[in-house]
Ligand binder design. Structure first.
Ligand code: MG
Length: 373
C-alpha cells in the first residue's frame, strides 16, 4: 500500500517519447531495468569508490556501493509507504555520472573545466548520459526515462538555482523533490559511512581501537556485542557492531521522516513538493552521529598517506589526458571529433564527457598510450 505522499506510477508525468505500456512491468520498473542494462551502469564496476583496483577485489567499487544504496533505499521506501520501484531506480542511477578515480577524479575534471569557464557536475553528467549518450533503442536517443527518474537524478542530492540553470527549468527547481528522491542522498551516506569503516578496517588503515575511540556510536554497539558474544573473533564483533550502526541510522531516518511528515501535516505528494524544506532527515542525535562518523573518515581514511599516491595519480592522469586531447582533438575517437564540430558544443565539454565516461582501467590505458612517453 502506497502512502498518499508517495509517487504513484499511474500519475507519472511520463516519458519524452510516449511508449505503449508493458504487459508485466510498470514504468518505474522499466526505468530501473533500463538503468541496469545501460553501458554506463556496467562501467561502475571498474570505477573507484574509495579504494582503487590496486587494493583488493573485495572492497567496494562504485557498482557494489550502488547495489548497497539500492538495498537500503528499498527497505526505507517500503517502510515509509513510498514507491519502492522509483526509489530503486533512483538508487541504481545515482552514481552513474561519476568519472574514474572517485572523488579525486571528479575534483580534477572540474578544475580542468573551470580553466575553460565551464564546470563538471556528476548529476548533470548523469542526466546527459540517460538523455543522450546511451544509444540502445531505435525509437529514441538515451533511455527515455520517466520525468520522475530524471527529476530525481537532478534533485536527489542538491538544489540547483533556477537562474543559474535555465536548461533544468522543466524539473520544477522551485519545488522539493518527492520523498523517494530525498531519501537517496541520506541512504547514500548511510551506505558509504558504514562501508568505508568496513573497508578501512579490512585494509588495516583503520584499527579497531581507533574506530572505537573516534566513532562513539560504533563503540556503544561494540560494547553491547562484546557482552553478547564475548568469545567471537574481533572481525565478527566488528561486523555485528557495524550492522547495528547501519540499522540504527536506517531506523532513525524512517521514524524521523515519518514524524516530520505527520507534524507538518503532509498528506499528498503536492504537499511534499511545496513544503519549504526537505522532509527526509535524520533526528538531530542521529545527524550528529552521522557527522561524527563522516569527520572520522575524513581525518583518518580519505586523506590517509596510504591513499595519497593514487590520488596524485588520479590528478596527474586526468589533467594530462585532458590537456592532451585539448591540444590534439584529432586523437579523439571519431564520434567525439564529430561532437566537437557540432554547433554550440565546446571541445572542453566533449573531452570532459569522454574522460568522465571512462573506467579506471580504460583511463590508465589511455594514459599509457598518449602521455607516458
Ligand atoms: Mg553514492
Amino acid at each position: 500500500m502506497l502512502a498518499a505522499y508517495a509517487v504513484h506510477v499511474e500519475r507519472s508525468r511520463g516519458r519524452r517519447v510516449p511508449e505503449p505500456p508493458h504487459p508485466y512491468r510498470n514504468d518505474f520498473q522499466r526505468d530501473r531495468d533500463r538503468v541496469i542494462h545501460a553501458r554506463a551502469f556496467r562501467r561502475l564496476e571498474a570505477k573507484t569508490q574509495v579504494f582503487s583496483r590496486r587494493h583488493s577485489d573485495h572492497f567496494r567499487n562504485r557498482l557494489t556501493h550502488t547495489l548497497e544504496v539500492s538495498q537500503i533505499s528499498r527497505t526505507i521506501a517500503g517502510a515509509l509507504g513510498l514507491n519502492v520501484d522509483l526509489a530503486e531506480a533512483l538508487a541504481l542511477v545515482h552514481d552513474i555520472g561519476h568519472p574514474p578515480f572517485g572523488h579525486s577524479g571528479e575534483k580534477t575534471l572540474d578544475a580542468c573545466m573551470r580553466e575553460h569557464g565551464l564546470a563538471f557536475d556528476h548529476n548533470l553528467h548523469a542526466l546527459r548520459i540517460v538523455e543522450d549518450f546511451e544509444q540502445r533503442y531505435a525509437a529514441f536517443p538515451g533511455l527515455n526515462l520517466t520525468f520522475e527518474v530524471r527529476e530525481g537524478i537532478i534533485k536527489h542530492s542538491r538544489d540547483y538555482v533556477a537562474k543559474e540553470h535555465p536548461e533544468l527549468a522543466e524539473y520544477l527547481l522551485d519545488q522539493r523533490p518527492p520523498l523517494e528522491a530525498q531519501l537517496i542522498d541520506l541512504t547514500d551516506e548511510i551506505a558509504y559511512n558504514t562501508a568505508d569503516l568496513d573497508d578501512g578496517y579490512e585494509a588495516h588503515l583503520l584499527s579497531l581501537d581507533q574506530i572505537r575511540r573516534g566513532v562513539p556510536i560504533f563503540d556503544g554497539f561494540f560494547h553491547e556485542v562484546e557482552q553478547l558474544y564475548p568469545d567471537a573473533p574481533d572481525k565478527l564483533k566488528f561486523n555485528e557492531a557495524l550492522k547495528r550502526v547501519l540499522n540504527r541510522m536506517v531506523d532513525d531516518l524512517i521514524k524521523n521522516t515519518q514524524s516530520r511528515a505527520r507534524e507538518s501535516g503532509i498528506r499528498t505528494l503536492e504537499d511534499v513538493r511545496h513544503f519549504p524544506e526537505r522532509l527526509a532527515a535524520f533526528s538531530s542525535t542521529a545527524d550528529a552521529e552521522r557527522r561524527q562518523t563522516k569527520e572520522f573518515l575524513y581525518e583518518n581514511l580519505y586523506f590517509s598517506p596510504a591513499l595519497a599516491d593514487e590520488k596524485d595519480d588520479a590528478e596527474r592522469i586526468v589533467r594530462k589526458l585532458f590537456t592532451f586531447w585539448m591540444k590534439n582533438p584529432q586523437a579523439l575517437p571519431h564520434n567525439y571529433q564529430e561532437k566537437a564540430k557540432a554547433e554550440g558544443e565546446s571541445l572542453a565539454r566533449v573531452v570532459c564527457d569522454y574522460i568522465a565516461g571512462m573506467t579506471d582501467n580504460f583511463i590508465y590505458d589511455q594514459y599509457e598510450k598518449h602521455c607516458s612517453r
